[in-house]
Write a protein that binds this ligand. Structure first.
Ligand SMILES: Nc1nc2c(ncn2[C@@H]2O[C@H](COP(=O)(O)OP(=O)(O)OP(=O)(O)O)[C@@H](O)[C@H]2O)c(=O)[nH]1
Ligand SMILES: [Mg+2]
Length: 241
């Protein structure tokens, strides 16, 4: 008896994922614009619409993923120099749409990277303080995507940040990056290890996504995950179109 029920659940999940991927493509086809870079939490834009943030170690591929999901090669600055993105950069998704009289579907936030070599203690402290203040000031933050290099898996500073998210009940989802750099079997192994490590974490999303910005893999999955966090109906999205 259980097998057909499981199959039905799988079919329903696949259908839901398909709808979200379509919604994600619709949403991200409506463009994305850089609005402001913030170095001080006093300068944060109003917390009045859904927000998702991208966090992760320096050089993990945050800015590249933002460029890939928005289809704009130079939207967020990318570089080979770790620590390049020093501010919180706010991007307005679908600026031409409106919901509840407000412009845009959501804020996408490119957070400064952490954990690059030779980082001073004072810089680590400043990063921690900025993140803490940011999280405290953003009740509209729907999810943080925690980017993890698929070649390296979870590192101590990733775990420390997730501890903070668990403690402050900030929902987060792991996204493996640079999947083009490893074999399918290595990707399966790191996925399994990561899922096991996330199992007991209260604020972790139970699914993880594997992506390559370079080869455009998993990009619709990230778009779909974001589409599931915004007010699609209020923004005028019609499933049938
Ligand atoms: N092969 C491959 N390289 C990637 C991918 N994503 C990013 N990179 C490269 O990794 C480097 C760092 O990418 P960024 O997107 O700048 O990383 P970041 O996380 O924004 O870095 P910081 O802003 O310094 O924290 C760049 O050289 C990218 O071209 C990917 O999917 N595949
Ligand atoms: Mg960056």
């Amino acid at each position: 008896m259980t097998a057909p029920v499981m199959e039905q659940a799988d079919t329903n999940n696949q259908a839901a994922a398909g709808h979200l991927a379509a919604a994600g493509r619709w949403l991200f086809a409506r463009g994305c614009e850089f609005r402001l870079g913030v170095v001080d939490v006093d300068a944060l834009p109003p917390a009045d619409r859904p927000e998702v943030a991208f966090a992760g170690r320096s050089n993990v591929g945050k800015s590249s993923l933002l460029n890939a999901i928005t289809g704009q090669k130079a939207l967020a600055r990318t570089s080979n120099t770790p620590g390049r993105t020093q501010e919180l950069n706010f991007f307005m998704l679908a600026p031409g749409l409106q919901a509840q009289g407000l412009e845009g579907a959501a804020w996408l936030v490119d957070l400064p990277g952490y954990g690059y070599a030779r980082e001073s203690k004072s810089r680590i402290a400043a990063w921690n303080r900025l993140l803490e203040q940011y999280l405290r000031g953003r009740p509209n933050l729907r999810r943080v995507f925690v980017l993890i290099d698929s070649r390296h898996g979870l590192k101590p500073n990733d775990l420390a940040m997730m501890d903070d998210f668990d403690r402050s009940a900030v929902s987060y989802q792991v996204v493996l990056t640079k999947s083009d750099k490893i074999s399918q079997s290595a990707l399966a192994a790191v996925t399994e290890q990561t899922l096991t490590a996330l199992g007991k974490r209260v604020a972790a999303h139970p699914e993880i996504l594997a992506t390559s910005s370079e080869k455009a893999l998993g990009i619709d999955d990230v778009r779909g995950a974001i589409a599931g966090l915004v007010e699609l109906d209020a923004l005028g999205y019609n499933r049938e179109t």
